[in-house]
Design a protein around this ligand. Structure first.
Ligand code: DMJ
Length: 533
């Protein structure tokens, strides 16, 4: 038995401890809030260092060369590794400015957004002799324009009165029309390459990738909804359906294929280069347009990925016909996958695979393009890091879902590495070799469209409060609108606090429209294992 005096102290302590706990919780909350603000400001500076240098040294060309403080008209080079058939007189389409539009809005710079919109309205033309990669041009240019149009016309009145008369949509429609000749194939699968002025060139290659023809539906679908002209969405949908019909009996798709014959060329496949955004678009198209068809495709595809590619937290490649492992490699592009898993509601799997990417990031200081899982070492040639966003993207999604401060720390180390290794006087440079940190003279436009944007949103998500957006694979936000959606009621009110749409099945096995779009729905009342992980 405790003496009386001690009893009094114990009682007093018991009475005061909730107050003490509250005090220390609120002190630590305040510390985290201050840390997030500091990091947000750092990312803000990074974005403007990249943006201002582009505007000074490269605009209106496509991308900045930060070491030589010059430019490259790279739209025609994207995806064109051999740099064949480059046009003679193409002088750029202000690619990095287009890619920066939605980031400017998210960072609250309506003045610069307005100047950019005005400049593009008056100067941009797609009537240029440039053979471009359909996928790249779609996600970067069409996506950038369509998203910016939606931001310019939402209820926020970001632009001065009378400034905006749908100029970006007019440009987007013009570009969409120039895409259409690419779909003119016996299968409806689009050519990988199209000349913006002349259409598909003679003797054009018929080889393309799964992501090349399966990641068009968000941008082209949005264009159709905005213009009221169904042809863009129909072309992308036809291609997607055809692609899906080519899956193996294991529900796997290969990496490359022939658009005239509809035959696979490369059977080895995974969730990285050549396939990645195909999975992303099945799921995001379901969120944006509410079609069950997309959900059914995604559901089967997701189960197949988890079954045939997943090995613990890692994902290897496998033969689409047999499911047998082919390459045991981690690629930098795969790091988007945990972010997609968060949207699906598979947080545990997202977290464990994200941790492995963080491990490799920390091992080298940045994420190398390819890492050999079986030897735990770098790929002999693909040692580069071109400022890719995927790890920042997944970190942002995981923080949104869990609010675990560990993800803020991951974001902080990404920010520190980018500043330490890639920041130069003239912008941010890609890394050619992560073992030497030797730089390359290229600042990719996705650094502004995605890397900086996801890092900014990780530390400051105020743009997303009371909104519902999905992000395209290039990080351009598209609002989820009841008028575009097969299932949302017209009276749908945008009240969610974040963009996350946790897609879970209640334990009775039937999805519910309301809960599906409510991230606040209690996770515990759902069966998050329904995907068979
Ligand atoms: C971006 O253009 C997009 O994220 C695309 O889906 C994959 N590659 C780059 C970034 O790494």
């Amino acid at each position: 038995m405790l003496p009386r005096k001690s009893m009094t102290w114990v009682l007093l302590l018991l009475l005061l401890s909730p107050a003490i706990m509250n005090l220390s919780t609120s002190q630590s909350d305040a510390r985290w809030a201050a840390k997030k603000r500091r990091l947000r400001d750092k990312v803000h500076k990074m974005f403007y260092h990249a943006y201002d240098n582009y505007m000074i040294h490269a605009f209106p060309h496509d991308e900045l060369k930060p070491l030589s403080k010059s430019f490259t008209d790279s739209l025609s080079e994207l995806g064109n590794l051999k740099l064949e058939r480059l046009p003679q007189d193409y002088s750029g389409s202000a690619l990095t400015l287009i890619e920066s539009l939605s980031s400017l809005v998210i960072m609250g710079n309506n003045t610069e957004f307005q100047s950019a919109v005005v400049w593009l309205s008056e100067n941009l033309t797609f009537n240029v002799d440039a053979r471009v990669n359909l996928f790249e041009c779609n996600i970067r240019v069409l996506g950038g324009l369509v998203s910016a149009h939606l931001l310019a016309t939402d209820s926020t009145d970001r632009l001065g009165k009378g400034v905006y008369k749908n100029q970006l949509l007019t440009l987007a429609e013009d570009l969409g029309k120039r895409f259409l000749p690419a779909f003119n194939t016996p299968t409806g699968l689009p050519y990988a390459w199209v000349n913006l002025k002349y259409g598909v060139m003679e003797n054009e290659t018929t080889e393309t990738s799964t992501s090349g023809c399966g990641s068009l539906i968000l941008e082209m679908g949005a264009l159709s909804r905005l213009t009221g002209d169904p042809k863009y969405e129909s072309a992308a949908l036809r291609a997607l359906r055809k692609l899906w019909s080519m899956r193996s009996s294991l529900n796997l798709l290969g990496t490359t294929l022939d658009v005239s014959t509809g035959e696979w060329i490369e059977y080895s496949t995974g969730i990285g280069a050549g396939v990645d955004s195909f999975y992303e678009y099945l799921f995001k198209a379901h969120i944006l347009f509410g079609k069950e068809e997309f959900w059914r495709m995604f559901h089967s595809a997701y189960i197949a990925v988890q079954k045939y590619f997943r090995h613990g937290p890692w994902y290897h490649e496998a033969d689409m016909r047999t499911g047998k492992a082919t390459y045991w490699q981690l690629t930098s592009l795969q790091a988007f996958w945990p972010g997609l898993q968060v949207l699906v509601g598979d947080i545990a799997a997202a977290n464990s695979s994200h941790r492995e990417f963080v491990y490799v990031w920390k091992k080298y200081g940045v994420l190398p393009e390819r890492y050999l899982l079986d030897h735990q070492m770098l790929h002999p040639t693909e040692k580069y890091y071109p400022l890719r966003p995927e790890l920042a993207e997944s970190t942002f999604y995981l923080y949104q879902a869990t609010k675990d401060p560990w993800y803020i720390e991951v974001g902080e180390s990404i920010v520190n590495s980018l500043n330490l290794y890639t920041k130069v006087d003239g912008g941010f440079a890609s890394i050619r070799d992560v073992t030497t940190m030797q730089l390359e003279d290229h600042q990719h436009s996705f650094f502004l469209a995605e890397t900086c944007k996801y890092l900014f949103l990780l530390f400051d998500d105020s743009f997303l409060v009371e909104k519902n957006y999905i992000f395209t694979t290039e990080g351009h936000p598209l609002p989820v609108l009841s008028s575009w959606h097969d299932r949302l009621p017209d009276t749908y009110i945008q009240t969610n606090r974040t963009l996350l749409k946790v897609l879970l099945l209640p334990k009775d096995g039937k999805p519910s429209t309301t809960d599906k779009f409510n991230v606040k729905a209690s996770m515990s009342s759902y069966n998050i294992e329904f995907m068979g992980m």
